[in-house]
Ligand binder design. Sequence first.
Ligand SMILES: NC(=O)c1ccc[n+]([C@@H]2O[C@H](COP(=O)([O-])OP(=O)(O)OC[C@H]3O[C@@H](n4cnc5c(N)ncnc54)[C@H](OP(=O)(O)O)[C@@H]3O)[C@@H](O)[C@H]2O)c1
Length: 249
Amino acid sequence: MDIVIIGSGNVAYHLAKSCSRSHVKIAQIFGRNDAELSKISKELGIPYSTETLADADCYLLAVSDHAVAEVSSRITKEDCLVAHTSGSLPVEELKGAYRKASFYPLQTFSRNREQDYSKIPFFIEAEYENDAEILKTLAGKISPHVFDSNFEKRKYIHITAVFACNFVNHLFARAQEISDAQDIPFSYFEPLIAETVNKIRELPPKDAQTGPAVRADHRVLELHEALLGGEHLAIYKTMNQSIKKMYDL
Ligand SMILES: NC(=O)c1ccc[n+]([C@@H]2O[C@H](COP(=O)([O-])OP(=O)(O)OC[C@H]3O[C@@H](n4cnc5c(N)ncnc54)[C@H](OP(=O)(O)O)[C@@H]3O)[C@@H](O)[C@H]2O)c1
């Protein structure tokens, strides 16, 4: 089966790399960003083009959500399978006469981070059962964690990921602003952050909660509020309100 990856961003790069490592041949990586495509091509030994989309059986479309409709409409071949990699788009977002699918890797991908691809859950949805099998076989070469999905489920998987990853990372970034402003090295917090993540492998997050809000320690809460301003104060209050509601405090 000839596979082409479209896009040259975080997901396109890691898909290309994970396929390479799993000995899945990628016939071409296609996109509009010559500089990025050329780097990926050089690193992974995959031909690339910004001009001519290669003929293939399967196209994995890893472009920004807002570009999926437009980029997918440029695939004029009909006898092929096209899958996007978005958590929050239905397969109908793909615009063409080909067979449509979704190939969603549940991981946060940044270009310069090494990944253990074998740990990534893949969620597969396709208009036709045979295509779902093709994509499950492909994902199965990268990781043993491959699941059937549908848009109803996938959009909630994505929202959960936004809470569990994107929001948590944003809190790290805000936390670092607070520590940087006081010349406190953020590296001091690394063991705390690691243990916060490690312990929820054994305890449900709700049982692992610590801190002044769950202890209903009003003196500390007031002290912290007096030290904060702007976005930091707004986040502090919103998070504490959510914690209090969860524990009926
Ligand atoms: N990053 C993640 O952690 C993650 C995880 C799972 C799924 N996803 C999904 O995977 C898809 C790609 O995400 P990403 O993180 O790889 O995004 P990204 O790093 O921002 O890369 C986006 C890619 O889309 C291209 N693109 C954007 N607009 C375009 C247009 N109008 N025409 C042609 N190409 C265009 C960009 O080209 P230029 O470089 O030229 O702008 C780039 O190659 C999205 O659907 C996203 O929701 C992302």
